[in-house]
Write a protein that binds this ligand. Structure first.
Ligand code: ADP
Ligand code: MG
Length: 198
């Protein structure tokens, strides 16, 4: 579950170019399901996702991930909650191009401190199969198409088995066929996890 209580976010606060990006927003998301956030360009969707995912901090209000409050806590604590609970998917994929598909995904587990090679292999291969990228596991990321890159990015987001996946316009750079396929993957994931989608 994710809960927001009267969240406010400003950019350039108290300056002449102040922007009130999130205005007293109260929201509750259940443990599973696909939730879409809609709005015009510049309406604050990315800002909202960023504060929910702990990538940015609100100026006021409270945010809970599960039963843990993530507002007004130490950065180290926030990083920990975020690492365990949230997987991110972005419009621009943000893969490391000089690494292979397998390496991009396994890096997450190694950063989380998973050391056993067999465990890493099993978990990475499983998520790559889920998104249909297992046959390409040894290919360099720079050699993939956009749709393939986004599949790998989804595998990377779910390999640590987070409760929440946050996806900011994940099909924004894809053609309609790939967009539909990516949405199907996110829909499948949302049966067991909360997927918040812009
Ligand atoms: P959306 O994702 O819905 O297009 P954003 O959340 O990116 O909207 O932006 C909401 C508003 O906040 C916009 O007016 C944008 O220009 C502004 N904004 C976003 N990020 C920043 C920032 N880092 N500094 C200043 N203004 C920002
Ligand atoms: Mg945006």
């Amino acid at each position: 579950m994710v809960k927001l209580e009267k969240v406010e976010k400003y950019f350039n606060r108290y300056k002449s170019n102040q922007i009130h990006a999130i205005n007293s927003t109260t929201l509750k998301f259940e443990n599973t399901g696909l939730v879409a956030i809609l709005g015009n360009s510049g309406s604050g969707k990315t800002t909202l996702l960023n504060v929910i995912g702990g990538l940015d901090k609100p100026d006021k209000g409270k945010i809970y991930i599960g039963d843990k409050k993530i507002t007004n806590i130490r950065n180290s604590k926030l990083d920990k909650i975020r690492n365990l609970n949230v997987g991110y998917v972005f419009q621009n994929y943000y893969l490391l191009n000089h690494l292979t598909v397998f390496e991009n995904v396994s890096l997450v587990l190694r950063m989380l401190g998973v050391k056993k090679k067999e465990e890493i292999n099993e978990r990475v291969n499983n998520v790559l199969k889920m998104v249909g990228m297992y046959p390409y596991k040894n290919r360099l990321s720079s050699m993939l198409s956009g749709g393939q890159k986004q599949r790998v990015a989804i595998a990377r987001a779910i390999v640590k088995n987070p409760n929440i996946i946050i996806a900011d316009e994940p099909t924004g750079n894809l053609d309609s066929k790939n967009s539909i396929e990516i949405m199907e993957i996110l829909k499948t994931i949302s049966k067991k996890k909360l997927v918040i989608l812009v």
